[in-house]
Design a protein around this ligand. Structure first.
Ligand code: MN
Length: 208
């Protein structure tokens, strides 16, 4: 049985309009995300076959395929839940306090995250992550689906900066897409991810 499946969206394809159109959401979820799910399952199946036959001549390609497609599956699964209709504003409670502590203020965080998103060369993601080593939040640029982030960091908020995420709606004006993102962030979801990351990191450090 295939280990990875396409998750249902927690809202309708049209729910994020006018910030992200139903057309983009349907293509992005049912075509692009599905392709990452299929690619990850396919890579795992080919790895199992390689173990059975003892033929590992394609192992480098298979490992890269798994990183790319599983990365795509994980990234989109997080991204969908980071979004919600009509939830503009800023983080409150412990997350709001952490943003102030690690970035100076919400406005400074927003400027930093926006710059990181806009600065990505090629395809990638802007990601707010919890770093368990420094016990702090960091902003990272994720290249493609799997590169340029530190091992062990746990994503809590991420923005898809691949052209397939915005081009039909915003053409080349990706600054408007990034600006629209701030109107549809599900801060409750981000808060839950942050709390879980911090709690799990503390637990795993106790075990080491
Ligand atoms: Mn995407």
């Amino acid at each position: 049985m295939a280990p990875y499946t396409l998750p249902e969206l927690p809202y309708d394809y049209a729910a994020l309009e006018p910030h992200i159109s139903a057309t983009i959401m349907e293509l992005h979820h049912s075509k692009h995300h599905q392709a990452y799910v299929d690619g990850a399952n396919n890579a795992l199946a080919q790895m199992a076959e390689a173990r059975d036959t003892g033929q590992f001549q394609n192992i480098n390609r298979l490992e890269k395929d798994l990183a790319f497609h599983l990365g795509g599956h994980v990234n989109h699964s997080i991204f969908w839940t980071n979004l919600a209709p009509g939830s503009d504003g800023s983080p409150e409670g412990e997350l709001g306090a952490a943003v102030d502590e690690f970035f100076g203020s919400f406005d400074k965080f927003k400027a930093h995250f926006t710059a990181a998103a806009m600065g990505i060369q090629g395809s990638g993601w802007a990601v707010l992550s919890y770093d368990p080593v420094g016990a702090q939040l960091v902003i990272q640029q994720l290249f493609d689906q799997q590169g340029n982030t530190a091992q062990g960091t746990i994503p809590v908020l991420q923005l898809d900066m691949w052209e397939h995420a915005f081009y039909l709606d915003y053409r080349n004006v990706k600054a408007d897409y990034v600006q629209a993102f701030w109107n549809i962030i599900n801060w409750e979801n981000v808060h839950q991810r942050f709390a879980a990351a911090r709690e799990n990191a503390a637990a795993s450090l106790l075990m080491s």
